[in-house]
Design a protein around this ligand. Structure first.
Ligand SMILES: [Fe+2]
Ligand SMILES: [Fe+2]
Length: 336
């Protein structure tokens, strides 16, 4: 017999029935946590992960479906078996579906049937875990491939080398300063790391040209956000980061590219990444000029506020850079 599984939790106000059930389940190697108090049971479910919940439908204090509603608020994965003495009194199929109740057990039926349902529950949870694991692997794979491409761009273009890493460092820290939520920080970090990946599609003769670019060459460079978006769109991992990659060269005055978005047509996170990108471009050494000092770069950010960059966010970035002065000085390339 496989080792005892102790993660079935049952809620019923009939202690006698639960004890009888415990004996039967025990003979199948399944341990049972028994609760007559729904609130205590919910507390336990919040603290300790369980695979299967068996809950009685009609109880004196609260109905089983109301308990399920509370449980589903914090646990979408637990396999739920609703139990009732009378099939006719059970909630409708629609309610069961909406609460994601996977199975129904009629109390009069043989306990063997309940064992089968519990075992299906284990299998269901196991499969869900496998799917989760697989999708995590696939999503890591997407990031790995994108990293290979990013390294390929870095290898051919000295300027881009480390640029994206620094934009990501500024974006992470600035996001913290702006108090952005975890989801937005994740999107911003992914986008910052890969925003210039489209440069892989730009001919070396243009990307690496030392002199002034012709209008035609500049038009070619301007394709990199869309090329980047196309590359990353093949991986689900980057779905939410795509607008940031596509639009990181838009300007508040509508003179940016590729879509000439204006003002609030530009999503908030795009405005954040644009400032970090611009700041790193200013503080980096270019073929035709040295990198700006921190002071000069912030003055330039101030000048660009309301035309190239979002005014409010530019002010916030300046505040942030002054407050995090030491960190910024350590990060900008010339100060290393
Ligand atoms: Fe770019
Ligand atoms: Fe960039």
């Amino acid at each position: 017999m496989s080792p005892k599984k102790n993660n079935v939790l049952i809620i019923d106000d009939d202690i006698g029935l639960m004890q009888a059930m415990e004996i039967v389940l025990d003979s199948y190697g399944i341990g049972l946590s028994k609760f007559t108090e729904p609130i205590a049971a919910i507390q336990e479910l919040k603290v300790n992960k369980h695979d299967v919940l068996v809950v009685n439908y009609l109880m004196s204090m609260i109905r089983g479906d109301e308990i399920v509603k509370l449980v589903r608020e914090f646990d979408k994965e637990i396999y739920i078996i609703l139990m009732s003495a009378h099939k006719d009194l059970a909630p409708s199929i629609d309610i069961m579906r909406s609460l994601d109740i996977q199975a129904f057990f009629e109390k009069g039926a043989r306990f063997d049937d309940l064992i089968l349902l519990i075992e299906s529950g284990y299998k269901y949870v196991e499969q869900m875990n496998e799917i989760k694991q697989m999708s995590m692997t696939i999503s890591n794979f997407g990031v790995e491939i994108a990293t290979v491409l990013k390294n390929a761009v870095d290898a051919k273009d000295n300027y881009t080398k480390e640029h994206s890493d620094r934009v990501a460092i500024y974006a992470d820290k600035f996001a913290e300063y702006l108090n952005l939520n975890d989801e937005d920080r994740k999107i911003l970090s992914l986008a910052a790391n890969f925003h210039d990946i489209g440069k892989i599609g730009i001919a070396d003769a243009v990307l690496l040209k030392k002199g002034k670019l012709t209008d035609e060459e500049y038009e070619t460079i301007k394709l990199h956000p869309v090329i980047g978006e196309t590359i990353l769109a093949s991986s689900e991992t980057f779905k939410d980061a795509l607008p940031l990659v596509r639009h990181h060269h838009e300007r508040i005055d509508g003179k940016g590219y590729p879509d000439k978005l204006k003002g609030d047509e530009i999503p908030y996170l795009v405005k954040v990444i644009s400032i970090c990108d611009t700041f790193d471009a200013l503080t980096s050494r270019r073929v035709y000029r040295d990198g700006y000092t921190l002071e000069d770069a912030l003055a330039e950010i101030k000048r660009s506020a309301g035309t190239q960059l979002d005014e409010n966010l530019s002010n916030k970035f300046i505040e942030f850079a002054n407050r995090e002065n030491e960190f910024i000085l350590k990060t900008i390339p010339r100060e290393k």
